[in-house]
Ligand binder design. Structure first.
Ligand SMILES: Cc1cc2nc3c(=O)[nH]c(=O)nc-3n(C[C@H](O)[C@H](O)[C@H](O)COP(=O)(O)OP(=O)(O)OC[C@H]3O[C@@H](n4cnc5c(N)ncnc54)[C@H](O)[C@@H]3O)c2cc1C
Length: 451
């Protein structure tokens, strides 16, 4: 029924900027998205949560394929098998958009897999690199898989907004608490049911409150191998969308974490790091969301060219033409902004992560929270609006399980919550804007005097 068209995300920027290498990378990522991601994502979407995480599930096949193709090494430095020249931000955006076009869930799994290990590459000791990073980088079968365990049952937005918020932090007790023991920490508690790839992960990047009498914001960031005694997993969650990446709880029953695995200790640097990490995740998910939007647009366009109503293809009707145009305009704008924000954050965020302690009165170090959040919010909104319109263009077919638009709409809906709700991200951006946006020579008293 479906004939897929694709311009491979040819925004007007691409016409001038893409090198032969960029174009090859993009074409190959598109092949993986079309041939590996799409069929597996459809199959996983139709399975029960238990089936998705059972041995032999297409999820493991896809993750093994990505590892065999070396996708997990794409963002690593060359000494750990990454490309001889680090990928440019544009090349990163091209790959992320293509993968997002193929499947939001599988791309989320691909990204969360990388987080614990890329964190070790940036912040870990040589010993930890040999112990955890090297085996993961050399994995060609999908033996290892990472996840990001940040949110807790009672703390979703609290974690994302809390980093620079002025709410009463003392009342926010974490649900994963670390107690000092010898040369490390003992973790007790749990993370939320929404940890992407939680049920299948072998390693987690974990945020844990340091000390029972402290607050959530006195946390540290560590990498924990999930075969450590005391780790338990909850049943995989049954979600509306992003069903191709299983989410689930992780419980920690007195799990020992040596100091060597703590990448960022509790203290002022944790807030700087957390803020910069969110800048990186925001600008990483934005091109993925653009890919979701493009997938929906292309489905709608292909369908509209073929669907005959009123004596001809529905593309003859003005309402369909205007809808398709509006979708295109939104995608182009979101793509341009997402790429620019990613470029900016990749250039500046490391300075923030390695920089001096944050002073609450000063502008945040490194990458710009307001720009990275804005790029993420815009791309997520565009993905949802375009997926919504794509269903409308496709009529009843767009709502049927046979149609990809139905899945894309469910996935895009989840994007408005995944990695921070768009409202909370906007509040965080607004705070940065209000506190740090420079206005030129504005003298409030003088303006009032002239009134
Ligand atoms: C598909 C998916 C994948 C995910 N993957 C991961 C993962 O890999 N790791 C992980 O740890 N978590 C993950 N999450 C969890 C995700 O980060 C949270 O769902 C998100 O941060 C929102 O938290 P919450 O669901 O607890 O909602 P809540 O924080 O309870 O928010 C509920 C509502 O209240 C609003 N709200 C909350 N606080 C405020 C405030 N202070 N001011 C104004 N409004 C507020 C929100 O905007 C929202 O509308 C995932 C979620 C989804 C849907």
């Amino acid at each position: 029924m479906r004939a897929l068209t694709t311009d491979l995300g040819v925004g007007f920027l691409d016409l001038e900027e893409l090198s032969d290498e960029d174009r090859m990378l993009q074409t190959e990522a598109h092949r993986v998205a079309a041939e590996v991601f799409r069929p597996a994502a459809r199959a996983l979407d139709a399975m029960t949560p238990a089936e998705r995480v059972a041995p032999g599930s297409p999820f493991f096949e896809v993750m093994g394929t990505l590892k065999s193709l070396g996708y997990h090494r794409l963002f690593l430095p060359p000494e750990y098998g990454g490309p001889p020249e680090p990928l440019s931000p544009l090349a990163q955006a091209l790959v992320l958009e293509e993968l997002g076009w193929g499947s939001l869930g599988l791309t989320t799994a691909f990204l969360t897999d990388m987080l614990p290990f890329s964190s070790i590459a940036a912040l870990g000791s040589d010993e930890l690199k040999q112990q955890l990073l090297v085996p993961w980088a050399e994995d060609e079968e999908g033996r290892f898989h990472g996840c990001w365990a940040i949110t807790e049952p009672d703390h979703g937005s609290d974690f994302l907004l809390g980093i620079r918020d002025d709410m009463d932090r003392s009342s926010q007790r974490g649900q994963l608490v670390a107690t000092r023991q010898g040369d490390g920490w003992v973790l007790r508690g749990q993370k939320s049911a929404w940890v992407s790839s939680g049920p299948v992960a072998t390693h987690a990047a974990v945020h844990a409150q340091a000390g029972a009498d402290e607050s959530l914001h006195h946390s540290f960031y560590a990498v924990v191998p999930l075969d450590t005694p005391g780790v338990r997993k909850g049943a995989p969650a049954d979600m509306l969308g992003v069903r191709d990446d299983p989410q689930g709880e992780i419980f920690f029953d007195d799990v020992f974490v040596p100091d060597a695995n703590v990448l960022i200790g509790s203290g002022p640097l944790y807030a700087v790091f957390g803020d910069q990490l969110l800048c990186v995740t925001s600008t990483t998910i934005a091109p993925v969301a653009v890919g979701v939007a493009r997938a929906a647009f292309e489905e709608a366009l292909a369908y509209a060219r073929n669907r005959v109503q009123g004596g001809g293809p529905i593309t003859r009707h003005k309402n369909i033409q205007l809808t398709l145009y509006a979708m295109f305009e939104k995608i182009e704008s979101a793509r341009a902004y997402a790429r620019q924000a990613l470029e900016y954050v990749r250039r500046t965020s490391i300075a923030g992560i390695g920089g001096p302690a944050a002073d609450p009165g000063q502008a945040p170090l490194g990458a710009s929270p307001r720009h990275s959040r804005a790029a993420q919010i815009m791309a997520k909104r565009v993905a949802y609006e375009v997926a919504h319109d794509a269903v409308q263009v496709c009529g009843a077919f767009g709502l049927s399980r046979e149609s990809l638009t139905e899945k894309l709409l469910r996935d895009a809906r989840c994007l408005l919550i995944e990695d921070g709700t768009i409202e909370v991200l906007a509040l965080d951006a607004a705070r940065d804007l209000i506190d740090h946006y420079e206005t030129s020579d504005y003298d409030f008293e003088e303006v009032m005097a002239q009134w």
